[in-house]
Design a protein around this ligand. Structure first.
Ligand code: GDG
Length: 472
């Protein structure tokens, strides 16, 4: 029986070392939830990095033994591989380029070489487990070369690739010295998926202009094979977020937080610390809002959660300083003894706390400069059980394509962001409910389970279609 192998840079586990002992617990990110019912079944499995450098062989064995009970197999990365493959090429070359921050991108041959080696390392681990007719679903920008490496060894396998971050326009993509190798790596898949139609269009255009392959309706013909490129906007586990938001624990937390925050209006802002998320621009807009609408002084609080991320990378350290400074400046300027306009948390918080934040906020301010999808805005909508609340959303997030009932803004237009804040904070309740209901309908239907089955069904369809193309 053919099985499914899921591959991503990180495994859905949290490993911790306490008193020399390794502890592990499953982590329930969006992808893990969506795929949970699949990879735990029968012979299916998930391959990836457990998220910690473990060089001791005995410890490696313990990890293998532990996580295989949950159908997971690790790829162990050395410290240098983490530095050059993960922090380096993935997060200092590909991430900035794909998010249109190419001025932040570094182009270093050593980093590229390690990126190739590590992709090969993942390939070798997969080959230990894969049979010729298995289905392999590869995820994201850390593993762009893997589809072709696998195709070479397993010509008949069914290979899907999904990219969670944007794909830039040809003009930006072509800045990469290894642009052709990257495209050729991805073209080893049978199905290449993106969140949006625009990402898909950009990819097709790069393939056409850099390699010369063309086709119709998303099909690419390489001369020896055909593959399909398509868009699959990722959903969330809607039920999970609405159930948590309805729980006794979250209700209590919300009540307590509301009392502590103390203002009638609460704006929420939640992201990983990342320059693609537009955090400084958001703070500038809030500052200008306070300047322009003094009647809101003492009546509105921005609750801002920034989750530490990639703090070994220089640009992220600089951004942290910039955010700290801006928050300090705004609070210094406007605070009085009874009111702090911004409550700022730099840490990761449990899901229940997040849910209580979503519940208590009458506005969610989600303003990335560029985002493949953005799940925070979807989770906010799913948590608004009374349908009261307004979502302000950047046009540059993939999610804006589905959530046109949000107040859509351009994050470079600070002035418009200020007006959107004012509009959101003064929007009649009936209007809030009307928009929220439409967005909830969409997200309930196009949830994470729908996304997984759509991708898997399309992948099977591609295989059948390829056979008929070959025989015609
Ligand atoms: C990439 C793409 C695409 C955040 N803080 C805490 C916490 N979170 C959770 C949120 C949400 C997730 O992290 C963040 O997801 P996003 O989609 O917003 O952003 P990225 O991490 O950049 O994800 C993105 C995504 O992949 C999926 O394809 O949408 O565009 O960049 O689920 O709730 N969770 C907990 N505590 C926190 O403090 N428990």
């Amino acid at each position: 029986m053919a099985k499914l192998i899921i591959v991503s840079n990180r495994l859905p586990v949290k490993l911790q070392e306490k008193d020399g002992k390794l502890k592990y617990s499953p982590s329930e990110g969006g992808l893990a939830t969506g795929l949970g019912s699949i990879y735990k079944k029968k012979d299916n499995l998930w391959i990836g990095w457990p998220g910690m450098v473990i060089e001791d062989e005995q410890k490696q064995k313990t990890v293998i033994e532990e996580i295989r009970k949950d159908n997971m197999y690790p790829v162990f990365l050395t410290e240098n591989e983490v530095k050059e493959f993960y922090e380096g090429f993935s997060n200092e070359t590909l991430w900035p380029t794909f998010h249109y921050f190419s001025q932040y991108a570094i182009y270093e041959q050593d980093l590229w070489d390690t990126y190739v080696e590590v992709n090969q390392k993942y390939c070798d681990e997969i080959l230990k487990h894969a049979s010729p007719n298995d289905t392999i679903w590869v995820h994201d920008y850390q593993l762009l070369l893997l589809p072709s490496m696998l195709r070479e060894k397993l010509p008949d396998a069914t290979i899907g690739f999904f990219q969670h971050i944007p794909f830039p326009s040809y003009e930006v993509f072509r800045l990469l010295p290894w642009r052709k190798e990257i495209l050729e790596g991805m073209l080893g898949a049978d199905l290449v998926g993106f969140h949006t139609y625009d990402d898909m269009r950009h990819f097709l255009s790069s393939v056409n202009r850099l390699i010369g392959y063309g086709g119709m309706h998303g099909w690419i013909n390489t001369g020896t094979r055909s593959l399909l490129v398509d868009s699959f906007p990722m959903g969330i586990d809607y039920e999970k977020y609405s159930e948590v938001a309805a729980s006794e624990k979250v209700l209590k937390l919300e009540e307590q937080y509301r009392k502590n925050v103390g203002t009638e209006n609460i704006i929420i802002s939640i992201d990983r610390l990342d320059y693609s998320k537009g955090i400084p621009q958001r703070l500038q807009a809030f500052e200008m809002f306070l300047e322009r609408y003094p009647e809101f002084h003492g009546k509105v609080t921005l609750v801002m959660l920034v989750v530490p991320s990639r703090d070994a990378v220089e640009k992220y350290k600089e951004l942290k300083e910039e955010v700290d400074e801006l928050v300090g400046r705004i609070n210094g300027k406007y605070s009085d003894i009874n009111w702090n306009p911004i409550q700022y948390f730099y840490r990761s918080l449990p899901l229940e706390v997040l849910s209580a934040f979503y519940r208590m906020a009458n506005v969610a301010l989600v303003t990335p400069m560029r985002d493949g999808m953005n799940l925070v805005c979807k989770e906010y909508v799913a948590s608004k059980l009374d349908q009261k609340g307004v979502l302000i959303l950047s046009e540059m997030a993939g999610a804006s394509k589905e959530l046109s009932d949000a107040l859509l803004i351009n994050p470079n237009d600070i002035n418009k962001m200020v007006e959107a804040l004012h509009e959101a904070l003064t929007m009649p309740e009936e209007e809030q409910k009307m928009h929220m209901a439409v967005m909830q309908d969409t997200l309930k239907r196009y949830n994470i389970h729908h996304w997984v089955s759509l991708f898997m069904d399309r992948l099977s369809y591609v295989k059948i279609k390829q056979m008929s193309l070959e025989t015609s």
